[in-house]
Design a protein around this ligand. Structure first.
Ligand code: PLP
Length: 392
């Protein structure tokens, strides 16, 4: 019940135990095409360039940034938590001229502030986190695509923390690139990064495409400014997933089975139903924590559906309490990073764990741990408030 990874759906674990086949086996190319189609549904996009990057979510982020940023490009990064800092760090390593705007952790940007920042910096790319799991807040993105389009910038969003359990509308919001992972609302293991790219983003990649010697045909040109990573070169990865099926890495078959199964489960449930399930159980958890007399962290109007930050009460040892939750009840809850370490816990209700029994058991266990730590709590206050939220 932390901020991810969470327990994988048993169907995903079963899918991962299927026998391996080579990446050019017709069964595998069929799975690849099917996975592309499934993730178009998950991302709510018509983007042909929708596929998997083999690696954790960070690989997806780095692939997007290293492939879209040419050294010297101006990049704007609005930062409202730890993962915004990660985007800044990666963009800097890509050689970008990085400009940042920051708001205090626990808050998000207004659309007007974002528009002002874009107008002031005139970036080639805006890179932003949707749900920054470190603060448990989600930056509304519904207006940012139009803002970027007005100012001629591409828009990249890290939707790792939100995809599948919060509204994410790639085409509706005008995102040019979005990347995720499986280990949050998608209910899988980390190690595969779904990605989608608009035609505008693909045009940038086309201009930087450099096909490796040994694979190159006579007509293939060599880019003047090739992408600075080989493994994370999205032009090459597109050629691997696309019709040319040019050899790149050996597809991580078991992870592809996992990613495919995650998307199948999600789309069988229905995206809207899955978002509503996350909203329901996230709201019940938040109500239960308040029912225990605890204070929620951050602007609750911008809270992610799938993870809630809660202030560690005075006198309670945050890490000791987390250890007690784990050893006595087998329940993992999260701490946070940097300025929030030791100040808040992060409690997730996502993917396979966005369930009523998981919410109620966690609240019951936390009550006992708080009581043992000497913190006065209303008996049954957490479970009772959550049950009331469910009944509402
Ligand atoms: C919003 C966000 N972005 C990126 C990451 C990095 O993901 P990974 O550890 O899978 O590389 C995380 C992980 O928690 C995250 O929450």
């Amino acid at each position: 019940m932390g901020p991810g990874p969470i327990n994988a759906d048993p169907r995903v674990l079963r899918a991962m135990s299927a026998q391996l086949v080579g990446q050019f086996d017709p069964a595998m190319t069929g799975y690849m095409n099917e996975t592309m189609a499934l993730y178009r549904g998950v991302f709510r996009t018509a983007n042909a360039a929708t596929m998997l990057v083999d690696g954790t979510s960070r690989a997806g982020i780095e692939a997007a940034l290293v492939s879209l940023i040419e050294p010297g490009d101006r990049v704007l990064v609005p930062i409202f938590g730890r993962f915004g800092h990660l985007l800044r760090e990666i963009a800097t390593r890509c050689g970008a001229d990085v400009h940042v705007r920051e708001v205090p952790w626990g808050t998000v940007f207004t659309a007007a502030a974002l528009e002002q920042a874009v107008a002031e910096t005139r970036p080639a790319l805006v890179a932003v986190v949707h749900g920054d799991t470190s603060t448990t807040l989600a930056q509304p993105l519904d207006e940012l695509g139009a803002i970027c389009a007005r100012h001629g910038a591409l828009l990249y969003a890290d939707v790792t923390g939100t995809l599948g359990g919060n509204d994410v509308d790639v085409d509706g919001w005008g995102l040019d690139a979005a990347t995720a992972g499986l280990q949050k609302c998608l209910g899988g293991p980390s190690g595969s990064a779904p990605i989608t790219l608009s035609t505008r983003a693909v045009a940038v990649l086309d201009a930087r495409r450099s096909i490796e010697a040994g694979l190159r045909d006579e007509g293939d040109r060599i880019a003047a400014s090739p992408i600075r990573s080989n493994y994370l070169d999205l032009a090459m990865i597109l050629d691997y997933w696309g019709e040319r099926r040019l050899n790149h890495h050996t597809e991580a078959g078991s992870m592809l089975y996992a990613a495919r199964e995650c998307a199948r489960i999600l789309l069988e449930e229905g995206l809207d139903a899955a978002v509503e399930r996350h909203r329901l159980h996230g709201a019940a958890m938040a109500a239960g924590l308040r029912g225990l007399g605890l204070t929620l962290f951050g602007d609750q109007s911008a809270r992610m559906t799938n993870v809630v930050g809660v202030e560690i009460p005075a006198g309670i040892d945050g890490d000791g309490a987390r250890a007690a939750m784990l050893t006595d009840f087998g329940i993992e809850i999260g701490t946070s990073f940097g300025p929030l370490h030791g100040r808040i816990w992060r409690i997730g209700t996502m993917g396979y764990n966005a369930r009523r029994d998981a919410v109620l058991t966690t609240l019951a266990a936390l009550e006992q741990v708080l009581r043992r730590g000497g913190h006065a709590v209303t008996a049954g206050g957490g479970v009772g408030a959550a049950l009331e939220a469910y009944a509402a």
